[in-house]
Design a protein around this ligand. Sequence first.
Ligand SMILES: Nc1ncnc2c1ncn2[C@@H]1O[C@H](COP(=O)(O)OP(=O)(O)OP(=O)(O)O)[C@@H](O)[C@H]1O
Ligand SMILES: [Mg+2]
Length: 324
Amino acid sequence: MNRSKSQIWVDKYRPQSFNDIIGQKEFVSRIRAFVESKNMPHLLFAGTPGTGKTTTALVVAKELYGADKLQGNFLELNASDERGIDVIRNQIKEFAKMQSLAQVPYKIICLDEADSLTKEAQQALRRTMERYSATCRFILACNELSKIIDPIQSRCVIFKFKGLKDEDLKQLIQKIVTSEELTINDEAIQRLLDISKGDVRKLENTMQAASVLDKNLTLTTINEVTNAIEIKELDEMIQYTLNGEFKKAREMMIKLKSVYGLSALEILKEIYTAVINLDIDEKKIIKLVDKIGTVEFRIVEGSDEELQLEVLLAMFSSINLNLK
Ligand SMILES: Nc1ncnc2c1ncn2[C@@H]1O[C@H](COP(=O)(O)OP(=O)(O)OP(=O)(O)O)[C@@H](O)[C@H]1O
Ligand SMILES: [Mg+2]
């Protein structure tokens, strides 16, 4: 494989400056103002995965010290480090002791996944933050703000990172398509947006995986690299099926096949997973699984896929599941 192509896209396309950060506009300017005044409080970045928390922390450090002078000024730690809070505190201690060569009067410690710390560990972290606050600023990142204890929250300026909007993601898709010399159609773009749900990491990883199969990104290539099928119509179809609403279930099934390009076997597999997780009488589950097996066999043997799925939906609808 060509060397330049073997780079991971999430690194290749990681924003290097505030201007590169997509979405999150409202507060990027506030963070930029802190950086420009060189007067920065502790920051707490909260929000869903792949929305730019770690990236923004890195950009802050690069803007403050210069990309080549991070060492000695910027320490990145992961709170989910299984060696525990004491190891983290020691690393902070060693780092805080080191002489800084930068013009900026403090160093930055970025602690990722802070919400994975227990309450006790967070109390310890809070004391550490206080002890070194003259020389260090903390940037904490977490997915769930509610898991961060109040005393830490109240010491930080909090920024809530949201999933990126479709328009923003579309621009990014276009940028990557151009730079990687790919082609893509509208269906595939929509599918990428549905899968990533605002998570840029997921978007870039999916695009990269699909592009290895084929530089022409289509529904098929994208579906092929998505392990879990995450489509809202699929959940709806299963719900209609189990509620005995045959017509609506059939409508969804047709949409899944024609719009999303799912195969009958993929749909069956999802129905199967939903069925075995149902909280109903085991005898009923066995009956349902038996029907799925029958239909799967017929499809593998070459029967008409759509017809067989309809047969299954009809059979399900006729069994009284008493779900409500
Ligand atoms: N706002 C954004 N603008 C541009 N690229 C982004 C943005 N957010 C994420 N990315 C891309 O996704 C990758 C992962 O982002 P990042 O590590 O910042 O996510 P995170 O919010 O820290 O996620 P997690 O909660 O999983 O730690 C980055 O390397 C970058 O390529
Ligand atoms: Mg992160």
